[in-house]
Design a protein around this ligand. Structure first.
Ligand code: OGA
Ligand code: NI
Length: 376
């Protein structure tokens, strides 16, 4: 048998990537084969991820400069309980979070904990089922409504990430129920329906927070498209040498993330990396590039990454709200007109989702925002 390990003895990156791709087993295939040394394709250039997390010396310097230790920083947690009574407060909290962090967590959002847990269990079952079933779904054709692969940007990214992903298109014209593998079908159907509704509610808050009215973003179609990236991060033998997910911003309007209790997600804030601590029952919400573009930099699409970990698997589900990528979709988005003034001239040119996503996928995850390309 041609095991994945034998393939990586010499380093011809392109050949190694192809060999890895051809196994159709993703990173989990390597973990299952018991690799103890990370194949070269996964190794990033940085000496150590840990060194980027703030050395003691850097921390001392920051303290002198009056900066709060990154360890003591947390992204805002916003309680949506009694949303009618507390509407103004909630909107203000969301607005502040979007301006200052681009990230926040929400509690009491209406999706039951049981549904969240069952989704994570269902995604775990998918990734841990028999290999043949997954191989059948293995593809890099993102026109498909459901596909399994590893590293969507495998042949573009600077270093390969320690992560596999099941991608599911929910709307518009989402995947047919029968096409969803049975091991996770019910979980995916129920979870995606609820998160889609939550997306609309969040867009209302965001519209109000921007001062353009609660229906504006929905009417523009920001909630019409939804795609879920259901990630599986196997235990990693040398976590300091690779990434779970390379530093990036999301291409969406809005992302709603479910993560398990292992942690590892970090957000860039005032030149430091801040841990997003898992809270049971909470969703992590973040602004994507299209929200930053439409809000003309009022709301921020912030860099984030996931550390690899010796412990695992880590499961997470990122639900991206973004329009569909079908070629006939000529929808174009630019900074909202009502936000435009002499002091606030447009920063970005109008851009179609299609062009934008093409650029995003072409460049791969490299830590540089795809938005740069669309500045006026
Ligand atoms: C993403 C992402 C974070 C995570 O899929 O864009 O940032 O915790 N995921 O998996
Ligand atoms: Ni992301």
């Amino acid at each position: 048998m041609n095991t994945p390990i034998q393939v990586f003895n010499s380093y011809d990156r392109q050949a190694d990537l192809e060999a890895f791709h051809n196994t159709k087993l993703g990173v989990k295939g390597l973990a299952d084969a018991g690799v103890s040394q990370l194949p070269r394709i996964f190794c990033h250039d940085n000496q150590s991820a840990a060194s980027l997390i703030s050395s003691p010396a850097a921390a001392a310097e920051e303290k002198l400069a009056g900066k709060t230790d990154a360890k003591n920083l947390t992204i805002p947690v916003i309680d949506l309980q009694d949303s009618h009574k507390n509407r103004v407060k909630i909107i203000n909290e969301i607005k502040d979070a979007c301006k200052n962090w681009g990230f926040f967590q929400i509690l009491n959002h209406g999706v039951p904990l049981s549904v969240m847990k069952e989704m994570m269990a269902g995604i775990r079952r998918f990734h841990e089922q028999e290999e043949e079933m997954k191989k059948d779904l293995y593809s890099r054709d993102f026109q498909r409504k459901i596909l399994f692969n590893t590293n969507f940007d495998l042949f573009k990214g600077v270093s390969t990430n320690w992560r596999d992903t099941l991608t599911v298109v929910v709307a518009p014209r989402g995947v047919e129920e029968e096409e969803i593998p049975e091991v996770s079908r019910e979980a995916i159907v129920e979870y995606s329906r609820m998160v889609k509704e939550l997306g609309d509610i969040l867009l209302e808050y965001l519209g109000e927070g921007l001062g353009v009215g609660s229906n504006r973003l929905k009417e523009l179609g920001c909630g019409d498209g939804m795609v879920m990236f259901c990630h599986y991060y196997p235990p990693c033998p040398q976590p300091e040498m690779t990434w779970g997910t390379t530093d990036h911003t999301d291409s969406s309007f809005l992302t709603v993330l479910l993560q398990d209790e292992l942690g590892g997600l970090q957000v860039r804030h005032e030149d430091r990396w801040v841990d997003v601590h898992p809270i049971e029952g909470a969703f992590v919400v973040n602004m994507g590039d299209f929200m930053q573009l439409m809000s003309n930099d009022t709301f921020l699409s912030v860099n984030h990454r996931v550390l690899a970990n010796k412990r695992g698997p880590r499961i997470s589900v990122a639900s991206f709200f973004r329009c569909n990528l079908a070629p006939e979709n000529g929808l174009v988005f630019g900074p909202l007109k009502e936000l435009r003034s002499e002091e606030n001239p447009d920063i970005y040119r109008e851009t179609s989702i299609k062009d934008y996503v093409a650029h995003y996928y072409h460049k791969g995850l490299n830590g540089i925002s795809a938005l740069e390309h669309f500045k006026l």
